[in-house]
Structure formats: C-alpha cells, structure tokens
Design a binder for this molecule. Structure first.
Ligand code: NIG
Ligand code: FE
Length: 420
C-alpha cells in the first residue's frame, strides 16, 4: 500500500532542496556554497507541508496522489525569501529616475524635497483602501517571480496615523494574497516635513509614542542611519527603545557614506545590517564574527548607477552570514525580481548559484526568524517552492531581465502558473 499525499510533483529536471545543510539557522563560508542537485526529482506535499523529496522513481514507489504533476524541463528551488523590501507606497517615481539618468544626484533630490519625501506626500494622501489594492498587486508580483516570503517595511508615512495605515495594509495584503510577510516599522526612514527644523523632536515622538503604538503590527524596527537622515546617536536611541519593546532590529547602514552604522547594529545585536556599500574594515570584521546577517542589495547600486557595490565577496569569504534582497522601493530600486539580484551578485560578488540561493532563501529566512518553517525544503516545513524555466540550476543568475518562474507553490497551493 502506498501512502497517500495531496500532491506529488514529479519529473523535475533539477531539484534543489538545501536539505543537505542544517534544518534551521543560516550558513556561512564553505556551507554557503553547498546546494545539491537531484535530477529527475520529486516532491510529496500534504496539508501544505513537505512530506518528502527525492527522485521521481523513489517517491513514486512510496507515495500516491490523485493526479501527479509533471514538472519536466523545469528547475525547482525553495521559494525565495526577500529580506528587505519597501512595498507600501502610493505613486511611483519614474520622473526622478530619468532626472538621475541625466545627472541629478539621489541625495540632492532628497534634500530638495523629492525622493522619500515625495513618497510621503503621496502615501499620506491615499486612502487605506486604495493603498491596500496597490500593495496586494505588488505582493502578487512577488509570488509570480518565485518569492514566497518577504520582509516588508512601512516608512513612507512618517506620522503615527499613516505608519499604522501602512502596516495595516501590509497585514491585510498578506492575508489576501497568502504571501508570508514579516512586517517592519520604519518610522525612522526620513525626517518628516513638519520636523525639518527639529529632527530630535521627531526622534522623541518615535521613542515616546510611535514605536509602542506600531508594535502590535510589526516584528522588526528599522532606521535609515545616514548623515543627512538619522545620526548614530539618534539611531542608538531608537534601537534601544525598540529593543526594550521586543522588536528585532534591522538597519539601513553605510549606504551612502561610512558613518559606522554597521558597528552600531552589531553592538546592539541587530538581526540584520543592510546596504553596507561604505562598510569599514572594522565593521566588516565585527559583522563577519557576529550573528547579524549582512543583507546585500546590489540592485540599489545598479539602479542608482553607482560604481560602488557592497563588499559581498569579502563578507562571504570572511564567513559573515549573508543574504541577498531586492530593496524593492519606488526610488532607489524598482524591481521585485530576486533572480535579477542573483545576476548582479554573480557579476559583482562572484557568487556561485549555490551562494546566491542560500543567500536568498535560508539565510534570509533566518534573519527574519522564519527559518523553522521556511527557507529550505526539509520534510515538515511549509511547501513553499517555485519552478523555473532554466537550462539547469546554474541558470540562476545567467538568465536575467525577464521572468523565468512558471509555477509558484505557497503552503502547498499553486498560487501562480504560466500556461504552457
Ligand atoms: O533602501 N535607504 C533608504 N531607503 C530606501 C530608498 C527609499 C526611497 O528612495 O524611496 C533604500 O534605498
Ligand atoms: Fe531599503
């Protein structure tokens, strides 16, 4: 008698489960570069969870399902986990992109009231219902690209009311679409217009009121630590208060100048330090020796037209925990595609397909505290995976600029499918 399961996916040309590595936690160094390929692979799913993975031959002997699903010609990978996104915004900013293409500078645009502040005006003006519609559409966009979990930040409201509106929209959109969202409160994304003369008063408001009020809707707290936004002392105040409220800490650091935000993040035991373009030697050593995940966002360097990228190779070689993420946002990186980010990581960090995959699945999940349930295809974990039209697993990074994802399975259900 065969054991019955809900679904049996068979005939997978190349299946990568990441099962040879640890079930939980992140991987570093040589382990980051491990990803075994099963040829003619199969996956058995019951009640939204992985029952078993292996070869088609082996699984067909043990399991039966009403209608086995043939994934011949496709590469199947664990669902991607995007550890850094800003999906809650109103209008897009394509005008600003073209200004930058003609020489305008990102920080100059921000100082003149454009950039994040233009997104703040638009977010404050939009109704919660319309915002929800936009966020839902974006979350479906992630699923269609093979991403099954994201970290999603607020941060374009910068008032208690509009930050809560953002976090509620994110929570509802997650429920509507099924995409797993780890919500982050980014009230410290920029100094809001009404506090330009007295930024410390906004830090007071964050620490005395906003952080506590947002806590029921957010797991993590983030801040943009940069000389023209929040300084190190302000960042320390915000993060210490956040820590006392039980938030995990994530931080935008050393993105545009070498301020030392990474050292602060590591000192405070942050879950992640993100961007890192201007990471100091000291910061690199401390980060590599810590449990703080280095979240690399090469799409932002690319989209801002910069020559500078974070020292991704050096971080990986120094045995840092590294994750790759999109930084999806309307200003500095308007893409939701992790395969596109893999291409940039191959080119600029010399990452292998295995390094890319571990960085955009298990390590990302670990930095979000989702690793017990997601990030690899170990039996018992959620059946979150995606099938790609790639020549082989090595096609991750190789194919870019279009969508190779033809099927996404989220908690055992097909949530995206391209008809053949
Ligand atoms: O991660 N660095 C700060 N925040 C975003 C940009 C946001 C925007 O320009 O709207 C980032 O790059
Ligand atoms: Fe960001």
């Amino acid at each position: 008698m065969k054991e019955s399961v809900d679904t049996l996916f068979v005939g997978i040309s190349e299946l990568v489960t990441l099962q040879e590595g640890p079930e939980r936690g992140g991987v570093r160094g040589a382990e980051l570069d491990q990803a075994e390929v099963v040829r003619d692979g199969a996956i058995a799913v019951r009640e939204g969870r992985i029952v078993a993975t292996g070869t088609t031959e082996a699984l067909m002997k043990v399991y039966e399902a009403p209608k086995p699903r043939d994934l011949r010609g496709l590469v199947v990978l664990p669902g991607f986990v995007d550890a850094h996104t800003h999906p809650v915004f109103g209008e897009t900013r394509e005008g600003e992109f073209h200004l930058r293409c003609r020489g305008a500078d990102y920080v100059e645009i921000a100082k003149q009231g454009g950039g994040i502040l233009s997104s703040v005006r638009s977010l404050r003006a939009i109704s919660e219902e319309r915002l929800l519609g936009l966020v839902e559409k974006r979350l479906r966009g992630f699923l269609a690209l093979g991403t099954t979990s994201i970290e999603g930040k607020s941060g374009y409201g910068l008032s208690l009311e509009s930050e809560l509106k953002s976090l509620r929209a994110l929570q509802k959109a997650s429920l509507e679409t099924g995409l797993t969202v780890s919500p982050t409160f980014l009230g410290a994304h920029e100094v809001p217009p009404e506090f330009r003369e007295d930024p410390d008063a906004y830090v007071d408001l964050l620490c005395e009121e906003m952080l506590e009020a947002a806590r029921p809707l957010a797991d993590s707290c983030d801040a943009f630590i940069e000389s023209h936004v929040f300084g190190l002392d302000q960042g320390r105040r915000i993060f210490q208060k956040a820590d006392s409220l039980g938030y995990r800490i994530r931080a935008h650091v050393d993105e545009l100048s070498p301020l030392g935000g990474t050292e602060l993040a590591v000192e405070l035991g942050a879950a992640s330090a993100d961007h890192l373009l201007y990471l100091s030697e000291e910061g690199l050593e401390r980060l590599a020796a810590s449990e703080t995940t280095a979240v690399l966002l090469p799409g932002t360097s690319f989209f801002l037209g910069k020559d500078r990228y974070a020292p991704g190779r050096r971080l990986a070689d120094a045995r840092a925990l590294v994750a790759l993420a999109t930084d999806f946002n309307p200003g500095s990186c308007y893409t939701q595609s992790l395969p596109m980010i893999a291409t940039l990581a191959c080119l600029h960090f010399a990452f292998s397909p295995a390094e890319c995959l571990n960085a955009m699945t298990r390590n990302a999940a670990y930095s979000l505290g989702l690793d017990a349930e997601r990030g690899t295809l170990h039996p018992g974990k959620a059946a979150d995976f995606a099938a790609f039209d790639l020549p082989s697993f090595a096609g991750l990074g190789y194919r870019f600029g279009d969508n190779s994802c033809v099927l996404t399975v989220k908690d055992g259900a097909i949530v995206h499918e391209v008809s053949p």
